[in-house]
Design a protein around this ligand. Sequence first.
Ligand code: DTR
Ligand code: ZN
Ligand code: ZN
Length: 317
Amino acid sequence: MKLSVSGRASAAAAVAAVTLLATGFTAGAAPASEPVAVTAAPDIPVANVKAHLTELQSIATANGGNRAHGRAGYKASLDYVKAKLDAAGFTTTIQQFTASSRVGYNLIADWPGGDTNQVVMAGSHLDSVSSGAGINDNGTGSAAVLEAALTVARTDYQPTKHLRFAWWGAEELGLVGSRYYVNNLSAANRARISGYLNFDMIGSPNPGYFIYDDDPAIEKTFKDYFTGIGVPTEIETEGDGRSDHAPFKSAGVPVGGLFTGASRAKTAAQVAKWGGTSGQAFDRCYHSSCDTTANVNDTALNRNADALAHAVWTLSQ
Ligand code: DTR
Ligand code: ZN
Ligand code: ZN
């Protein structure tokens, strides 16, 4: 029986592999059919994710202090992400739309190969509010999705399903870019999306570990990862409908995602499981000018970037 766990096996993937091995043989019964190889997600180097955040900070600093929709800082952010993806071999598409009388852009990156009737998507909004650089909200999600995509290319991962990554514009205006994308999908193309994973604020300085509870299978994929690394999680309750997964969910696409918290205060019970500061917001720089590279918890960013990769690899095989 061939069972390979290639790449740097995460604890959860190793558990999954062992589970597969265990379920392959039931005492006294004929061996189950040959299990498929389980490819574990590689580790996502948090230093690489942080390098993208440094670049996004530089872009904001050079463009009036923000990366907001319709401003030069957003387009410069998009150009940075697109250049990395083009160089890595992705097929990129820029989708243009108008919101508040300003031109906005979505960036879609398809990894060539896989069954295009089964598309696994991972996305994040790339825009900030106009009051700041938007590094936690949402440079963290954008940088982690970018580094996961670059890791797909770097390892030449060839999954059964087709992989698509997205960076949305004008989320802060009300999910405008992601809604424009979903509304402009044909019914056939919408039905081809087997799941959409959303990452919006995944490095909050006083972090919680929240998992969206929309699609049970996607939720379990994330839950298994965090269980595998011994980190407790909670169901995300602050944001139903408040980020880019909402248009996909409204269109019937299975969705899930991760979140480390915004302006709500962390409770004493949450401090007992996660550490941090009780009575203080998960991100006290939410939508503020202090949302800079200093406003990120590296441990939370690292864990969530690896959980993101685990879900992309697991759900695409
Ligand atoms: N709407 C997001 C921040 C946000 C607030 N609650 C949640 C829950 C889940 C994801 C994101 C959020 C923003 O300001 O970009
Ligand atoms: Zn925001
Ligand atoms: Zn956000």
